[in-house]
Design a protein around this ligand. Structure first.
Ligand code: 3E9
Ligand code: MG
Ligand code: MG
Ligand code: MG
Ligand code: MG
Length: 339
């Protein structure tokens, strides 16, 4: 409800898009990501996610700019200027810019200067990836699995949420932990799992819409010649294989990390589970007017618990951080390599 009022105040998106977004229980999603987080940050995150859909749906997937990567890059640069310097007289009549100014003020209120800077940098990497996606949309092409994976680590807007995981509990992860190779790997794995889950659960919404769409199932169908059923099976198996590695790695990191790192890793887990729960319940994906065939519960065991890398070169290094045979919790000598 608060997020609906915020969207109305700033008039985020067209009236039609805003009308859809405010019915999609984005506030519930935010609360699931930060179940014991500071209420003001839960509210900030909800408004920010709605704002992101204003960009991702409004500009990229349903708007004109989504087919014009150069012009999209220009507009996103202007928005970045607003995020970085909200006082700058840029995009003065633009609702997304006005909403972003408000978000930036609240990021300053609940985060440190370092967290605000990370947030702006994360917006930049998200924006960069949607420009790449827009070039495929313009050309009607589908990237291969390796490129798609690299793009998807950023274009699912997962990394822009990360500073708010810290702000929600009022701590700042120290760079030597946050940027340690194994912690960064765990973070990337969470992005992979969240976006693969999204690709699986949003496939109905995306594939029935008119026009171009891009998700992992489509990549597997086009490049590997898989049937829709086999593509779904493969995506689930990839997701579970990364989840298996993620559990082993985060189990190890939690044992050896600071209390702040342990809280951060718990939040990554909440982010993953919150996205799943939201993905099977929000009308954004269930589309009641043309119901999606979406499950109402999850298995508690992986369909594929293999310890071998997925064969996607950009992420194969994830499997080098723990000995192949180590169990969750790891034996002595299983320490991830420091950065
Ligand atoms: C997600 O990909 C696009 C982002 C802008 C969604 C905003 C959500 C978050 C920041 C949290 C991450 C959660 C996810 C990925 C559900 P896509 O495929 O365009 O999303 P869609 O909802 O259209 O399937
Ligand atoms: Mg998108
Ligand atoms: Mg989308
Ligand atoms: Mg999707
Ligand atoms: Mg999409």
């Amino acid at each position: 409800m608060q997020t609906a009022a915020w969207a109305e105040t700033f008039r985020i998106g067209s009236d039609e898009l805003r009308g859809r977004l405010v019915a999609q229980t984005i506030g519930t999603f935010s609360a699931r990501i930060l179940p014991e987080g500071r209420e003001e940050v839960v509210s900030l995150l909800a408004d920010f996610i709605l704002w992101l859909f204003g960009v991702d749906d409004g500009h990229c997937e349903e708007g004109e700019l989504g087919h014009r990567p150069g012009d999209l890059a220009g507009e996103l640069h202007r928005l970045l200027r607003v995020a970085q310097n909200p006082e700058a007289p840029v995009l003065l009549d633009d609702p997304l810019a006005a909403g972003l100014r408000d978000l930036r003020l609240r990021v300053d209120r609940y985060g440190t200067a370092g967290q605000a800077a990370r947030w702006v940098d994360a917006l930049r990497e998200y924006f960069f990836s949607v420009v790449w996606e827009a070039s495929h949309r313009r050309d009607g092409t589908v990237p291969d699995l390796n490129d798609y994976t690299l793009m998807r680590l950023y274009d699912g807007a997962t990394s822009v949420v990360l500073p708010m995981l810290e702000m929600g509990y009022g701590f700042e992860l120290q760079p030597h932990e946050r940027d340690a190779t194994a912690v960064r790997a765990a973070t990337e794995m969470a992005s992979f799992i969240i976006t693969w889950d999204n690709d699986i659960l949003s496939h109905h919404k995306e594939s029935r819409a008119t026009g171009y769409y891009l998700n992992a199932l489509r990549v597997l169908e086009e490049h590997d010649g898989l049937s829709p059923e086999k593509a779904l099976e493969t995506a689930i198996s990839q997701r579970d294989r990364v989840m298996t590695l993620y559990m082993r790695l985060t189990g190890h990191l939690s044992e050896h990390g600071s209390p702040q790192l342990r809280q951060y890793l718990r939040s990554l887990g909440h982010f993953i589970r919150g996205a799943q729960d939201w993905g099977i319940t929000s009308v954004r994906y269930t589309t009641p007017e043309d119901p999606a065939d979406i499950p109402s519960f999850f298995r508690d065991t992986p369909v594929d618990a293999g310890h071998e890398p997925l064969g996607i070169p950009v992420v194969s290094w994830w499997w080098d951080l723990l000995p192949r045979s180590s169990r969750a919790g790891g034996a002595a000598g299983a320490a991830p390599q420091p950065a």
